[in-house]
Design a protein around this ligand. Structure first.
Ligand code: GLC
Ligand code: GLC
Length: 807
């Protein structure tokens, strides 16, 4: 069952009913100002940091779910409704929400009136635009009252939800020429405020929530829109909001348009005041002047669309499969931008209060983002590497506003260091910017400890070698990629965090997965060392990789698949000898990506075991059988009910590793089948089962042990976005940047018979036309000449290279 459809031409998903199984959201903004907006107008806005600079309030866990947002209310002759359906839930003659690239347009029609709201954040501007269009579709004149509404958050989203003894006394606003200014705490240490304004004369306003709603009322009972008159209330403490009242007389067929601006502004500390107690509004006035005319708003919207045209131009495919094309060309890349910006902070499953930027998460997010805006990827690499410690380990997270490591979470996740090598390698392959390796980068944000980035990579590479266990495999530390495999934790206190609890000393818990990562990522370190002329270092590293592979063969192979780990006591995890959790997905993918067992049949065996034991029509579960009870020596993984999250859930992030592994062994049909299982566009028709947005990946789909098998959770912010883009663009369609040229080596099911990829990289464009009969093994001609191998040498900037490929 579907609740809408894709409009590929417009790069939109069109939701045609308010009654989706869950709020289906979109993101506004891709630089500093961001908003989340659901298809019924829910969501919130923030500047840079969803916790520290929250502009508008949102209540997670609310009833009804997703009540509260930016609402436009219409009073049409006593009939009060909203084009977003919420909050009034009045039946609409037509409802449509179009989620596009950085914008959302919600349109409702009722009683002969159409109301449409376009939400977007303009490029390079710290504001959100709400452009409202009212159209009288009836054949009689209409006198309509329109009310805007946003509820301010008192900046720190967490404090806002907890510290009522203070916060209910500190709210302050100013109103000038119909513009509403939120200035709570500006009187003391803050030098920033928000403004909400409209480019038309207003009939009234409200800034006090109780005045607007009426004490004790829900959003749907808001007193002011029902009375069709504002109170001109000025908030003093309690709950500051911003609402404007506009009166529109509309002849039959007539349209009226308004631009509302929700802006964030800062003043220098010595320039905060216009006069005592009156904020300096100069920057706000300048902002509002950019939107005083609706034509200016249209121009900014056009600029946003051009921005996305450019971004999405660097990788496009044209095939006979619409679903493949729309995921590759539009939605997967779009989600990569969002995950890059948000990390795991703000979604409808992440409150924006908890997590900072993850060292591991952000390094992986780079992989799907680096081709979009390489300069920003460069900056991110330096930020991430700056939080590394001198011994190669790293802060697990850092705060985006300060770029400092997060002490509360600390360090000790022993996979972290290797992801940095992977991210840097991806950046260099994309750009050819080897000079980044000479960039001086601090350790632990201490400039006096700065070393070239290459030295950071060296310490990353060495870390698993220095922290190796009795089998020569890397020690796991707090956890590896799987945050919930806590082999040294032994927690027995309810509610205690498995990620921060004091670990028990003296254990020998080792990770086969980190060993696989080392085999898969290590060769990039070798390649970089060699390019810098450091052959001795390259040889040392090659030897270390060979030894690690051997350790996996000797101690990490269970007979039919790769083991997952050894626990604190040296017992096997992920073995046929275990009662539960016999086979885990992560090491199968990464060991094979690292080439382990590819020559001697182990890889095929492991992949066949995945197919037999892990695969379902909804994707591959993380391990099997799921744990049915808490296992203190395994930690959080066994806390989840079977089939959810890291306990037998389909954790979409690691499915692509198996897909890539299938391409390593050349099984195109399996790779293609697995890709389609988890890719949202192919799941659109089962939206009533999947429940979340059919245009973006979710972190998890309930596994086969769960009663709600096939149901997704945690959409948007997941490493799945990046990894699946890498998988489909670089391995299935097979076009991936190398150090010296563009590698073209497709491995995709025969169903995708002929396709063309256009790839812009290092200033040149490659037009790659493929005739595919499935399997693997490409023959290439480049501009008419047969090429030896699959690496198309990089061409001079400005050139267009034609590659034809037969698989
Ligand atoms: C979440 C985390 C990620 C981790 C994964 C598996 O997606 O953000 O860092 O690897 O869970 O536990
Ligand atoms: C992790 C991941 C998640 C895991 C959780 C444990 O970082 O988000 O997949 O379940 O934290 O607290």
């Amino acid at each position: 069952m579907q609740f809408g459809h894709f409009d590929d031409e417009a790069r939109e998903y069109v939701i045609t009913t308010p009654h989706t199984p869950y709020p289906w959201i979109n993101y506004l903004g891709s630089q500093e100002f961001f908003g989340l907006v659901s298809h019924t107008g829910g969501g919130y806005s923030f500047y840079r940091d969803a916790k520290m600079r929250r502009l508008t309030r949102y209540r997670y866990n609310n009833i009804p779910v997703d009540d509260g947002g930016r609402y436009f209310s219409i009073n049409d002759g006593g009939d009060v409704w909203s084009p977003s359906y919420r909050p009034y839930k009045k039946d609409l003659d037509r409802f449509e929400t179009r989620h596009g690239m950085g914008y959302t347009r919600i349109t409702g029609e009722r009683g002969g009136l159409e109301a449409s709201v376009l939400f977007f954040v303009p490029v390079d501007i710290n504001a959100e635009i709400h452009q409202v269009t009212l159209t009288n579709l009836s054949d009689a004149p209409k006198a309509v009252d329109l009310f805007s509404f946003v509820e301010f958050c008192l900046w720190n989203a967490e404090d806002d939800q907890t510290n009522y003894q203070r916060n209910l006394s500190i709210g302050e606003v100013e109103v000038e020429d119909g513009a509403i200014y939120h200035k709570t705490e500006y009187r003391e240490r803050r030098n920033h405020y928000a403004v909400y304004a409209v480019n038309a004369p207003i009939a009234g306003f409200d800034t006090d929530r109780d005045a607007y709603l009426g004490y004790g009322n829900g959003f749907h009972e808001a007193a002011v829109p029902h009375a069709a008159t504002s109170q001109d209330s000025v908030a003093s403490g309690w709950y500051p909001i911003a609402s404007h009242h506009l009166e529109a007389e509309l002849a039959p067929g007539e349209s009226r348009q308004y631009t509302f601006v929700l802006g964030y502004l800062e003043n220098a500390d010595d320039d905060k005041w216009e006069s005592p107690g009156v904020i300096n509004k100069a920057p706000a006035r300048a902002l509002l002047a950019r939107f005083d005319d609706n034509a200016k708003t249209d121009a900014e919207f056009a600029r946003l669309n051009e921005y996305w045209d450019n971004l999405l131009g660097s990788y496009t495919v044209s095939s006979t499969d619409d679903k493949l094309d729309r995921m590759v060309n539009i939605w997967n890349q779009y989600q990569c931008m969002v995950t890059y910006n948000m990390s795991r902070s703000a979604s409808y499953f992440e409150t924006g209060m908890g997590r900072g930027m993850g060292f591991r998460d952000s390094s992986q997010d780079l992989l799907g983002f680096v081709h979009l805006v390489p300069e920003r990827a460069r900056e991110r690499i330096i930020d991430i590497a700056s939080t590394q410690f001198e011994d190669g380990s790293a802060y697990h997270q850092y705060q985006p506003l300060t770029k400092r490591g997060n002490h509360a979470l600390g360090s000790g996740f022993n996979d972290d260091p290797l992801w940095l090598i992977l991210g840097v390698a991806a950046y260099i392959k994309e750009t050819g910017d080897f000079a980044i390796l000479d960039e001086m980068v601090p350790f632990d944000n201490d400039e006096s400890l700065a070393q070239p980035l290459m030295e950071h990579l060296k310490r990353s590479f060495n870390h698993p070698l220095e922290k190796a266990g009795p089998h020569g495999l890397p020690l796991i530390g707090r956890a590896d990629w799987n945050d919930c495999l806590n082999l040294n934790c032994f927690s027995s206190t309810p509610g205690e965090s498995f990620q921060t609890t004091e670990n028990q000393a003296g254990g020998v818990a080792e990770s086969v997965f980190i060993a696989g990562m080392f085999a898969a990522i290590g060769p990039d370190y070798v390649a970089l060392a060699r390019r810098r002329g450091d052959d001795a270092e390259a040889e040392r590293a090659e030897k270390a990789i060979a030894d690690m592979k051997q350790a996996v063969i000797d101690h990490g192979w269970d007979g039919e698949w790769f083991l997952r780990a050894y626990d604190f006591y040296g017992n096997k995890v992920g073995s046929h000898e275990n009662a539960e959790g016999q086979i885990w997905i992560e090491p199968q993918g990464f060991c094979i990506m690292g080439g382990i067992g590819v020559d001697d049949g182990k890889a095929i065996k492991a992949l066949d075991s995945c197919r037999e034991r892990l695969n379902t029509p909804h994707g591959m579960v993380l391990q099997n059988p799921a744990y049915t009870s808490y296992q203190i020596e395994l930690g959080e993984v066994s806390t989840y009910p079977p089939g959810y999250k890291e306990n037998g859930g389909i954790f979409c992030h690691n499915n692509p590793w198996v897909i890539i592994a299938e391409t390593v062994v050349g099984r195109a049909e399996h790779a293609w089948e697995y890709y389609k299982q988890i890719t949202p566009a192919y799941r659109e028709e089962i939206s009533e089962v999947h429940r979340l947005e059919p245009y973006v990946y979710a972190q998890m789909i309930a596994g086969k042990d769960a009663s709600r098998h096939g149901e997704a959770k945690n959409s948007w912010l997941t490493g799945t976005a990046s990894w699946n883009f890498v998988t489909v663009s670089q391995y299935l369609l097979g076009v991936r940047p190398g150090y010296d040229g563009l590698i073209v080596d497709p491995c995709i099911g025969a169903e995708v018979a002929d396709f063309t990829v256009r790839r812009q990289v290092r200033g040149a464009e490659y037009v790659i036309t493929v005739t595919n009969s499935g399997g693997k093994g490409a023959t290439l001609t480049v501009d008419g000449d047969v090429l030896d191998g699959t690496v198309v040498p990089y061409a001079a900037p400005g050139s267009v290279v034609h590659v034809s490929v037969t698989v």
